[in-house]
Ligand binder design. Structure first.
Ligand code: SF4
Length: 532
C-alpha cells in the first residue's frame, strides 16, 4: 500500500466553511474533515472506531451537481461511503438516493476499466483489451483523413451527460473546422429552452422557491425535476414559510400530492391553461404596471404592430387585454378539462404573489407535446405580467445564477452546415435533431467516419431503440463507433471501442448550476488522488 501523508491539508479552502442557510443542523465540521471519526455501524453494538478523510466532490448522476463527501478510510484508503457535502451551496448536505449510490458505481464489478476493442461482429459481444495508444492511433487517423478529405460532417461527438469538457470539446471541434457536436437535448429540454430563449435570450428559468409566495410547477419537481434535490428542498422551505403550491401535471405525482392545487389538464392543453391565467391577470388588473412599463419593449411592439394607435403605455395595456380576450377561463376549461373557477383562483394566487411568483417547466408538457415550447413561453408571460423576473421569490433567467466559464482562445465556429444535426426542413429546431440520426443515415443523407457516444445510450433512452441498433450495426453508415462510458450500456454493446470514464469521485470538472437564487462554483475531483 502506498504511504500517505495525512499532515498535508487535503482541502484547505474547506476549513472553517459553514453550511449555507437552510443547511444541515448536524454534520461533520469542515475543520475535522482531515481526520473524522465514526463508529463502524457494521460492528454495532460494539463501538469500533473508524477514521476517515472526508474529501469533497460533486455527484455526476444528474445535472443538479449536488455536493458529495467521500468517506475515505484512513486505514486502507478505500471509499467507504458517500454522503452529502454540508457546505455545498446548492444541495446543502442533502442528496437524492443516486448521490450516495455513487459507491455502487465505483465498485461495480462490471464497470469498464480499460479500452476494449470489438473482435466479433457489431453487437456480438466479443471484446479484446487494447492499449490507449492503439485506440487513439486508429481514431486520430480516421479524424485526420476525414478532415484532409473535407468530409467535415463525418465526425460526430454525441453527448448524454456533459461534464466540464463540454466547453473544451467545442473548442476542439471549432479548431477542426467542423460542426460535429450532437446532444440529447431534443428528447429532453429543447422545447422548454426555446420558449425561455425567445423571451430573454437565456434558455433556462431559475426560480427562487425559498422566498416565493406562490410556486407554480409543471412537472413532478420533488421527485424528478431537473434540479430536483436542490429544488425540492427549497420548495419545502417555501411551503414551510407559507408559500402555496400549484402543480400542473396530468400525473398525480408526489409533488402534486403535496400541493395546494393540483391541476390535471388534458395533455397538450397546458398553454391554454396558462394563457387563461394571463387573461385573468390582465382583466382584473393584477399585473405589475411599473415592471411592464419599464422592462417590456411595448413601444417597439406598438410601433410595429399598431402604428395607427396612440403610442402610450395605456394603449399597450388595452391592446394586450384585447389580444388575450379570447383565452377565457371557460375556453381553457373546454380545452383542458380543468374547471374555470379553479383556473381563476390559481390566476388570482399568481397575481397576489406578484414579484414572488416562482415557476418552472423543463421537460413535462414542453417536451411531451407538439408545440410544447409554447408552454414555457406562456408560463414566462405570466411571470413577466406580475413582475416576477429577477426578484426575491421570483423567477430569474438562468445565466444570472449559473456561471459558465469561457474557454481561452475559442476559435470561431465552423462555416459548415451539418444536415444530419440541423436539417433545413426544421428551421425552428432549437437543438440538434439527434433523435432522427438513424433515419437520416438510413435514407442516405450521409455517413459517419467516426461516431463518439459519450455517457449517452440512445438505444435505451430514445423511443425507437431498434432503429439505433440498425444504424449502429451498419458499418457502411457508421464506420467507427467509440463509446465513452463508465459502465456497460445497450449502446456500448454496438460499439467498436468501449472506452472507460470516471465516476463522480474520479473526474475533474468545474460545475455551476442555477439551483437557487445565488451563484456557485464547485469542483468534481478524484478523491483518492487527493487522499494519497
Ligand atoms: S439530485 Fe443531486 S444527488 Fe441526486 S443524482 Fe442529481 S446531482 Fe446526484
Amino acid at each position: 500500500m502506498q504511504k500517505t501523508n495525512f499532515d498535508r491539508p487535503l482541502h484547505p479552502t474547506a476549513a472553517g466553511l459553514e453550511p449555507p442557510p437552510g443547511g444541515l443542523a448536524s454534520y461533520p465540521p469542515s475543520e475535522q474533515w482531515e481526520d473524522w471519526m465514526e463508529y463502524d455501524p457494521a460492528q454495532w453494538p460494539k463501538k469500533v472506531e473508524r477514521r476517515y478523510s472526508l474529501i469533497p466532490t460533486i455527484c455526476f448522476n444528474c445535472e443538479a451537481g449536488c455536493g458529495l463527501l467521500a468517506y475515505v478510510d484512513k486505514k486502507d484508503l478505500s471509499i467507504r461511503k458517500f454522503e452529502g457535502n454540508p457546505v455545498h451551496p446548492g444541495s446543502r448536505g442533502r442528496n437524492c438516493a443516486k448521490g450516495p449510490a455513487t459507491l455502487n458505481q465505483v465498485n461495480d464489478p462490471e464497470r469498464i476499466l480499460y479500452p476494449l476493442k470489438r473482435i466479433g461482429k457489431r453487437g456480438e459481444g466479443k471484446w479484446q483489451r487494447v492499449s490507449w495508444d492503439e485506440v487513439l492511433d486508429d481514431i486520430a487517423a480516421r479524424v485526420r483523413k476525414a478532415l484532409k478529405e473535407e468530409r467535415l460532417t463525418e465526425i460526430m461527438y454525441h453527448v448524454g451527460r456533459p461534464g466540464h469538457e463540454l466547453i473544451y470539446h467545442q473548442r476542439i471541434l471549432h479548431a477542426w473546422g467542423i460542426d460535429g457536436h450532437n446532444s440529447h437535448t431534443n428528447v429532453c429540454s429543447a422545447s422548454a429552452r426555446a420558449g425561455y430563449a425567445f423571451w430573454h435570450g437565456m434558455d433556462r428559468p431559475s426560480p427562487d422557491h425559498t422566498n416565493a409566495r406562490f410556486i407554480l410547477l409543471l412537472s413532478s419537481h420533488l421527485e424528478s425535476g431537473h434540479y430536483f434535490n436542490p429544488h425540492a428542498q427549497r420548495i419545502m422551505d417555501g411551503k414551510e414559510q407559507g408559500a402555496k403550491i400549484c402543480v400542473i401535471d396530468t400525473r398525480l405525482s408526489n409533488t402534486a400530492s403535496m400541493a395546494d392545487y393540483w391541476l390535471s389538464p388534458w395533455p397538450g392543453s397546458e398553454a391554454a391553461l396558462l394563457l387563461a391565467m394571463c387573461h385573468v391577470i390582465l382583466k382584473e388588473g393584477l399585473y405589475d404596471r411599473d415592471f411592464l412599463s419599464k422592462w417590456v419593449n411595448w413601444d417597439d411592439y406598438l410601433r410595429e404592430e399598431h402604428p395607427e394607435k396612440p403610442q402610450s403605455f395605456d394603449t399597450f395595456l388595452n391592446v394586450l387585454e384585447a389580444a388575450y380576450a379570447r383565452y377565457t377561463p371557460e375556453f381553457a376549461a373546454r380545452e383542458s378539462g380543468v374547471e374555470a373557477d379553479v383556473i381563476v383562483e390559481v390566476a388570482r394566487e399568481a397575481g397576489r404573489a406578484g414579484s414572488a411568483l416562482a415557476t418552472h417547466v423543463w421537460r413535462n408538457a414542453a417536451a411531451g407535446n407538439l408545440g410544447g415550447w409554447q408552454v414555457a413561453r406562456a408560463l414566462e408571460f405570466l411571470v413577466v405580467l406580475v413582475g416576477a423576473v429577477g426578484t426575491q421569490g421570483g423567477t430569474s433567467p438562468s445565466a444570472w445564477n449559473k456561471f459558465t466559464p469561457n474557454p481561452p482562445m475559442m476559435p470561431p465556429p465552423a462555416k459548415v452546415w451539418n444536415e444530419m444535426l440541423l436539417p433545413r426542413e426544421y428551421p425552428l429546431a432549437f437543438f440538434e435533431m439527434s433523435f432522427l440520426l438513424p433515419h437520416f443515415l438510413k435514407e442516405g443523407r450521409g455517413k459517419l467516419a467516426i461516431y463518439f457516444t459519450r455517457v449517452y445510450n440512445p438505444v435505451w433512452t430514445n423511443p425507437d431503440g431498434m432503429s439505433w441498433i440498425e444504424a449502429l450495426t451498419d458499418e457502411s453508415k457508421v464506420e467507427r463507433h467509440a463509446c465513452l462510458t463508465p459502465i456497460w450500456s445497450e449502446t456500448a454493446w454496438f460499439a467498436d471501442y468501449v472506452l472507460p470514464m470516471g465516476h463522480a469521485s474520479e473526474r475533474h470538472d468545474l460545475m455551476s448550476q442555477e439551483t437557487h437564487a445565488a451563484r456557485w462554483i464547485g469542483f468534481r475531483q478524484p478523491v483518492l488522488r487527493i487522499a494519497l
